[in-house]
Design a protein around this ligand. Structure first.
Ligand code: NAP
Length: 289
């Protein structure tokens, strides 16, 4: 299927997120049900500050996915002008609430709120891998939850049977939310990883020579035809609006003529991110014992 040396004129296989999300739901729903029967239904609390369109859309997707997996979902909606003290207090309340197993904060938050929220959250309830404790666990291999979008990239590759060992992989983007953790997760699976960013020279050459590409720059059409080679697998994390239309970082038309497989945007990484988050809540509830 993937890593075919040459696919001739045929189009790339599309790596849809929905089957991956469905498989995660099927895998974790029984455990959620079992915990619920024991009086410990896994529960996620989401904190949303303001009413950003993207946050509202993610909240709806999460509510739906949690429902399908048997995870209780509650959104705490705070006004856009919430004070740092009030926000931190809400997070501390959730840290101490035994009935809540995971807390998601819709980020980035404006100004100093973002770092204050990240620091206030207890690593135990950090199901989206944003705290220093979770990131340290990822770096050292000591455990904890990896950031869900980065983990979603890996879950898609695994679901579609892509092997990692010894593969040349390139990640475009080095944020703590996607690029860096995705690179660590690939490295952990024995891929040889190049991390690219805005100062990287010869990006197309690096990408052409890679077998796996994870694009997470947030720049529409950054990856043009010159970046692709036959046999590659491309995970496009980018979410860019061009003329009101959602598009990824890859020039999709150029990519699908060349590569072996690529995630569509929309329909790729986003759906899996929400499912992984819900799955992490089930895992956190189980860990609590
Ligand atoms: P971010 O914090 O803005 O980071 C972007 C990264 O891309 C930075 O490391 C930046 O390099 C690099 N970059 C920017 N322009 C570049 C260029 N011309 N060439 C090479 N690298 C370049 O963004 P993020 O939070 O990681 O998100 C990345 C994208 O993923 C966004 O489109 C976001 O909307 C999307 N996303 C999707 C999901 C999902 O579930 N589908 C979830 C989260 C994010 P420097 O470090 O040098 O500045």
């Amino acid at each position: 299927m993937v890593f075919a040396p040459d696919r001739g004129t045929s189009m790339a296989e599309l790596l849809f997120g929905a089957p991956v999300a469905a498989a995660l739901t099927e895998r974790y729903a029984p455990a959620a049900e079992e915990l619920a029967k024991a009086g410990r239904r896994p529960a996620l609390a989401a904190i949303r500050v303001g009413e950003a369109k993207e946050d509202m859309a993610y909240q709806r997707a999460l509510a739906k996915r949690c429902g399908a997996m048997g995870v209780a979902f509650d959104a705490l909606e705070l006004p856009g002008n919430v004070s740092r003290e009030d926000l931190v207090k809400k997070i501390c309340d959730l840290n101490g609430n035994e009935a809540v197993h995971g807390v998601l904060i819709f980020r980035p938050l404006p100004g100093e709120l973002d770092e204050a929220a990240r620091r206030a959250l207890s690593p135990e309830k950090d199901v989206d891998g944003i705290t220093d404790g979770s990131l340290a666990g990822l770096l050292t291999g000591a455990g904890g939850f990896a950031p869900c979008t980065a983990a979603a990239c890996i879950a898609i590759l695994e679901h579609y049977g892509v092997s990692f060992r010894g593969r040349r992989a390139a990640v475009v983007g080095r944020s703590l939310v996607v690029g860096r953790p995705a690179a660590l997760l690939l490295c952990e699976r024995d891929a040889t990883v190049t991390i690219c960013h805005s100062r990287t020279k010869n990006l197309p050459k690096i990408l052409r020579e890679s077998e796996i590409i994870i694009a997470a720059a947030g720049r529409a059409n950054l990856l043009g035809g010159e970046c692709f080679a036959p046999g590659q697998v491309v995970i496009d994390v980018g979410m860019n609006f061009v003329n009101g239309k959602l598009t990824g970082d890859a020039d999709f038309a150029a990519a699908e003529k060349t590569v072996a497989a690529i995630t569509p945007v929309p329909g790729g990484v986003g759906a899996v991110t929400a499912a992984l988050l819900a799955a992490n809540v089930v895992r956190a509830a189980k860990n609590r014992g």
